[in-house]
Ligand binder design. Structure first.
Ligand code: ZN
Length: 205
């Protein structure tokens, strides 16, 4: 792609670093911005900078938050004895959209993946095990994607908390193995949380 302006080229290159944005789309977006009043671009860049600088992660569940404690953890209407384990923030949003779950979450920040060099200590697992040890949790729901890495992560956590007498369950999903949680439709996902099955029985499948 030939550019008549280095400034334009730089903006397009930066924009095309985003996932799903190729050079052509990046060019289209940048040209759109040039046609808009300058303030639009200022507002956009300020919003991005403020998000990047000021956003926090909940100190309890690692969900994204504007406060030290996220709105879900801070809410008196949530059942804090039931904790749903998810890979990332997108999964919290997907499950929240179903309105089928009134417990709390624990965001791992990924899943164990030796191929990508991600081990248990790179994830928020220790803090989860601590919560279980402190006796704050009655039920843990495993809601990771049903991939090999998801299963490995589930099993690793299960082994860590097995000795503490709490109920463990896994979401019963009507979607095929390897589907990511965020792509499950809301009704299917909501139903799978309500109809969750004991974790042990998922191991025998
Ligand atoms: Zn939280």
């Amino acid at each position: 792609m030939e550019f008549s302006s280095k400034l334009l080229e730089r903006a397009v290159n930066e924009m095309s670093q985003l996932p799903g944005i190729g050079k052509r789309t990046a060019l289209r977006l940048v040209l759109h911005m040039l046609r808009q009043p300058k303030e639009q671009t200022v507002i956009l860049s300020e919003a991005l900078q403020a998000m990047r600088n000021d956003v926090k992660f909940c100190k309890s569940c690692y969900n994204i938050s504007d406060q030290d404690l996220c709105e879900i953890c801070a809410s008196p209407n949530r059942n804090e004895t039931i904790v749903c384990i998810v890979e990332d923030i997108k999964d919290v949003m997907a499950i929240e959209n179903t309105s089928s779950f009134k417990g709390l979450y624990h965001v791992l920040g990924g899943k164990i993946s030796p191929m990508d060099g991600i081990g248990p200590h790179d994830l928020n697992i220790e803090s989860l095990v601590s919560k279980v040890k402190e006796g704050k949790i009655n039920e843990l729901i495993f809601a990771l994607s049903s991939t090999m890495e998801g299963d490995t992560t589930n099993f690793y956590i299960y082994k860590q908390i097995q000795e503490y007498q709490i109920f463990t369950s896994t979401i019963a999903r009507g979607i095929s193995v390897g589907d990511e949680l965020e792509y499950a439709d809301e009704i299917t996902l909501g139903r799978s949380i309500v109809n969750r099955i004991p974790f042990e029985s998922s191991l025998k499948l």
